[in-house]
Design a protein around this ligand. Structure first.
Ligand code: SF4
Length: 334
């Protein structure tokens, strides 16, 4: 057993042993410690409390705004930041030991639009995704609508680029959770049914461009398109502000098995038929890597390409968690 002089050194030694995605904030009775993995998969930022009264760490800058803290900067990939009575200091031993490959899905879906991550406002990145989509997949239509909530910004970008008017096509029930992370198929289908309602005055008799952030299993997409047709839409042109989601994520995103992903084993034309749209267009990999217009980092695009910045685990997580702690690799130096 190797003792460390303080908790930040223990965090640093633990980071020697861990691969993959993590953004941590650890509190002791005298310190607040933030650590971000060397690839910087997940965001983490530093804020200063009003009147210099202290420090705050958050995954997204919108959380700093909520407590009146001023955004200072992102925690660097691999950096350990310690806030204590002496102020703020860093350990950078792990910085630069891996390429910076932030999860591009943070910009597409996870993060709140009012957050700024790696210098780019998430709302601006989603607008840009919509502009690129309009360039890649133009169509003659009467109105552009977004699937709530994460498709709304991209829909606005599509409308701006194409010149087709933007409309509000759906009202969302705010009290139902995200469907793709709900357990059973029955649960997902019933929550889709009560989650959205179409606004017929926006879509009736119109050629509609529906912009969404992703198609996972296809359940939600098929239901959403059916809602539009039931509300009288003449045509539904489905545009996705990300490439086809065809591979699993090993870095913290709880997505289904590959066999349950609609883009695995189906062509775009087949998916178009399965979800019931008139046409379907996805954003290209080239453009998804350019949508964070002010960010200088690289991106993980593993769930689209199957190429991961860190090698996927060779054993399932069940097996790892079933091991007694004494057999765990991460225990050996502590
Ligand atoms: S595999 Fe996809 S969801 Fe997972 S970290 Fe990479 S880009 Fe993000």
């Amino acid at each position: 057993r190797l003792l460390t002089p303080n908790i930040e050194m223990a965090v640093s030694r633990t980071m020697d042993d861990i691969e993959g995605a993590y953004s941590l904030v650890i509190m002791t009775h005298t310190k607040l410690i933030a650590a971000r993995d060397p690839n910087g998969f997940r965001p983490l930022c530093i804020g200063e409390l009003p009147d210099g009264s202290g420090w705050a760490f958050a995954s997204e800058s919108c959380a700093l705004d909520a407590v009146g803290a001023k955004f200072v900067r992102d925690v660097k990939p691999g950096e350990i930041v310690i806030a204590d009575h002496n102020g703020l200091r860093s350990i950078e031993d792990h910085c630069g030991t891996a390429p910076h490959t932030m999860c591009v899905f943070e910009y597409i879906y996870f993060a709140r639009p009012d957050s700024i991550i790696e210098g780019t406002c998430v709302h601006e990145a989603r607008l840009q995704a919509g502009r690129f989509l309009a360039q890649e997949h133009p169509v003659e239509a009467d109105v552009v609508i977004g699937a709530p909530d994460s498709g709304l910004d991209a829909a606005l970008g599509y409308a701006q680029e194409s010149g087709i008017p933007y409309g509000i096509g759906f009202i969302k029930n705010k009290y139902v959770g995200r469907t793709f992370i709900q357990g059973s198929q029955a649960q997902r289908e019933s929550s889709v049914r009560i989650k959205l309602n179409a606004i017929s005055s926006t879509v009736k008799g119109k050629r509609v461009v529906l912009v969404d952030d992703s198609i996972v299993r296809g359940t939600t997409s098929a239901r959403t398109i059916r809602l539009l047709r039931e509300a009288g839409a003449a045509e539904v042109h489905y545009r996705i502000s990300a490439p086809p989601f065809a591979h699993p994520c090993y870095f913290g995103t709880d997505i289904p098995d590959e066999k349950d992903l609609i883009a695995t084993g189906h062509t775009v034309e087949e998916i178009n038929k399965l979800v019931g749209s008139d046409t379907l267009g996805y954003l290209s990999i080239e453009h998804v890597q350019q949508l964070a217009i002010h960010s200088k980092c690289g991106f993980c695009t593993g769930c689209f390409t199957g190429k991961y910045p860190v090698a996927p685990p060779t054993e399932t997580m069940d097996i790892v968690y079933d091991k007694p702690l004494s057999q765990s690799n991460s225990n050996k130096k502590l």
